[in-house]
Every structure is written in structure tokens, then in C-alpha cells.
Design a protein. Sequence first.
Length: 169
Amino acid sequence: MATEADPADTDLSARIGRAWRELRRGPSTGVLIERVFGPPGEPDSAEPGQLDVLDLLTTRDNRRMSDLATALRVDPSTVTRTLQRMEAAGLAQRAPAAADGRVVTVHLTEEGRRLHTAVAARRAEIMTGILAAFTPEDRRQLVALVEQFVESLEDYVARSERGRAEASG
């Protein structure tokens, strides 16, 4: 027997859905994306996928290609294409692993580190400016709730994928 949804919960879900849509496609989003990542073609600009790789490599360099794909939750071919562009731009280098030449590892270059520092500084400055409208307590609560939301989102997707696999298998 199905239970009816609480109208208040349905309204909150709809409001969150609208807010998510605005985050994704709102007019301010395009402006912020260009400010964080830089205007395309400029020396201090980065593609979002490249910044994701740079974020990972600055926390731990010398990662296996397969580990990058897993951490980014993308197909390995996506990482390969991204790394081709990054190598061409001098941001990263791929090399065979010392212990096993069949394994490819990725290394951050000085240019990659410099670009990451520049973009991360812009990102931090923008977030600080946005969060200035919140009280310190509101900022702490927002961070906790967004982290909880992301965790819940990941749990939901994992449960959904398990359900699909069980239904098809």
C-alpha cells in the first residue's frame, strides 16, 4: 500500500528542484562560470573537466588514469580525452608507472599547478563574496546541509543503480 506524500514535502521538493534548475541554467551561472574558469582562450582559463583533474592532482600527484576516472566518476575514455587536451596545454603529463610500464600515471606540471592556483583563488574569492550575505552561523549550516545533500544524492543514485541492476539481472 503506497503512502501519500506530505504536501509540505512535495512543495519543498519542488522548490529545491526550481533552485537546482536556476543554479544550473540561471543567468548568473554563465557569468560566474566564466569568472571562475576564465574566458575561453585566455591564459588563465581552464575547462571544468580540466579543473576537476587539477583539483585531484594537487591533492595527490602521480595518479593512475583508472584512479582518476574512478574519482571523477566518469568513463576512462573521458579522462583520456581530457588528458590529451591538458598535455597539449602543458598542464599535465602522462607517463608509464615505474613499477609496471603497462600502467599510465598522470603528473601535474608547473603550469598546471600555476593555473590551478589562479583558478582556485578566483573560485575562493567568488564564494567568499557570495557567502558574505550570510551570517557566520548560516554559512556553517549551509555548508553542513549542502554536504548532507550531496551525500544523500550519492546514496540515492547508488540505491537506484542497485535496483536497476537487480531488476535487469
